[in-house]
Design a protein around this ligand. Structure first.
Ligand code: SDX
Length: 431
């Protein structure tokens, strides 16, 4: 980051402030407002942080108007086509594409941490069988702090590295255990001979009483979905991980907070909500009435999987997933997927509608992903858990970037107070 000019601000009463302007390598410059309160006794006001850079970061770059997404400078389209989730995980965590040897070593480190403590597995028996898997995953991830405290010195780089491998390796095992618990089926242990996405599918769908062969098409589709969901700059769940981590809380607690934030339907929970919405709409004939509801402020209905805080153009991930749908469904022999047909028609109609055009509402990453998850047999309740598996890499990369920054400070936003002014206490018999 370079500081190359200043931004003059005056309060109109003779007071002023010289605010440094900091430029990055790409994207908008940022006015450093740290001195504003000291000089002019004012705060900036930006609910939802739509125009606030909370940090400097070198991990992911998004240009929302151009529909650009880069992981450490590499376009998501190229990574989707040529890379793998393990390679993208290495890139996001360490900043460069690995050599073959580095990739094998990294993948090996992940592979050898996939099992979880047997006591952690017993936690699942305490959950109701119909508990939402995200509730189980966030609870068990937080509980990891009770098992791995000997490597939780956040200022020790080796501890941070072990944490990174452990959580990336174990989140699929925890996710699959949540699914098996909800089915009342025995847990399936990870198999070190399988790749990352293959292991997820095997732990989700294998049963002890018969051989299970992971479908390579499904494994490749899931690996690509993991690549596309791995990171996305300072989104709500990543910002949650950063804020929780900034207090010095153990990293498992920070990741668990990220899982909880991702669960919301305005964020990662949207993929599950899209499928529910498509099933609710049911037929193409019903689309106009649901679009009308989406435009009617008095109805709380929103077109799930549409719109984005940053993308005011196509979400590049949605474009890739939409193309992937056709290919994967054809390979799986499910081309005549009614949900996909409905989703495509809904997109086509919505994108011609003035309301959506005026607000630059396009399909986002969650609009089509559920069609593929469903096609490879993953139940709707597990869609956001799949998102969490992938996003754990981004959360860890951002946590590492923050914790290893010597200038890191606890996050503590301020407010515009509009409540009661100071007043005296009134005895209850006088009220
Ligand atoms: C993810 O941040 C990230 O990077 C997130 C993510 C990641 O990878 O981490 O990309 C993943 O969370 C994708 C988003 C998934 N969520 C959804 O699909 C839920 C549906 N979408 C919305 O709720 C909404 O679009 C948000 C939450 C995604 C964005 O909300 P904003 O930026 O606060 O936008 P807004 O609510 O201010 O909307 C602006 C206008 C409003 O209308 P007006 O008040 O101007 O008349 O657009 C309307 C909104 O009512 N609008 C929608 C809409 N989304 C916005 N109207 C109908 N349907 C929608 N989906």
């Amino acid at each position: 980051m370079t500081e190359n000019k200043t931004f003059e601000l005056s309060n109109g009463r003779g007071g002023g402030s010289q605010l440094p302007v900091r430029s990055g390598t790409m994207g908008p410059a940022a006015i450093d407002i740290a001195g504003l309160h000291k000089d002019l006794e004012v705060f900036t006001y930006d609910p939802g942080f739509g125009a606030t850079a909370a940090t400097e970061s070198r991990i992911t770059y998004i240009d929302g108007d151009a529909g650009v997404l880069l992981y450490r400078g590499y376009p998501i389209e190229q990574l989707a086509q040529k890379s793998s989730f393990m390679e993208v995980a290495y890139l996001l965590l360490l900043g460069e594409l690995p050599s073959q040897k580095q990739l094998e070593e990294f993948s090996g480190n992940i592979r050898y941490h996939t099992m979880i403590n047997e006591s952690l597995l017993r936690f699942f028996n305490a959950f109701n069988h119909n508990a939402h898997p995200m509730a189980m995953v966030s609870g068990v991830v937080a509980s990891m702090a009770a098992f791995y405290h000997e490597t939780m010195d956040i200022h020790n780089p080796r501890h941070r590295e072990i944490f990174s491998h452990r959580i990336i390796a174990k989140i699929p095992t925890i996710a699959a255990a949540a699914h098996k618990h909800s089915l009342g089926q025995p847990f399936i242990y990870p198999l070190n001979k399988l790749g990352y996405a293959e292991n997820v599918l095997n732990m989700l769908f294998a049963v002890p009483c018969e051989e299970y062969q992971v479908d390579p098409i499904a494994a490749k589709a899931l690996d690509l979905l993991f690549v596309l969901h791995a990171d996305h700059e300072q989104n709500a769940s990543t910002s949650t991980v950063r804020l929780a981590g900034s207090t010095g809380a153990n990293p498992y607690a920070a990741i668990s907070a990220g899982v909880s934030a991702l669960w919301g339907p305005a964020h990662g929970g949207a993929n599950e909500a899209v499928l529910a919405m498509l099933e609710q709409i049911g037929t193409v004939e019903n689309i106009p009435q649901y679009l009308a509801m989406a435009k009617d402020k008095s109805s709380h209905f929103r077109l799930m999987g549409f719109g984005h805080r940053v993308y005011k153009n196509f979400d590049p991930r949605a474009t890739i997933i939409r193309e992937m749908c056709h290919k994967v469904l054809a390979q799986l022999g499910r081309s005549d997927n009614p949900l996909l047909e409905l989703a495509l028609r809904l997109e086509e109609i919505a994108l011609k509608d003035e309301y959506f055009i005026a607000r630059k509402l396009y399909p986002n990453v969650d609009f089509y992903s559920g069609v593929i998850y469903s096609a490879i047999g993953i139940p709707r309740s597990m869609f956001t858990v799949m998102f969490a598996i992938a996003r754990t890499v981004g959360w860890v990369a951002h946590w590492q970037e923050m914790i290893s920054d010597p200038a890191m400070r606890i996050g503590r936003p301020r407010q515009l107070y509009t409540g009661a002014t100071k007043r005296e206490y009134i005895q209850v018999d006088m009220r």
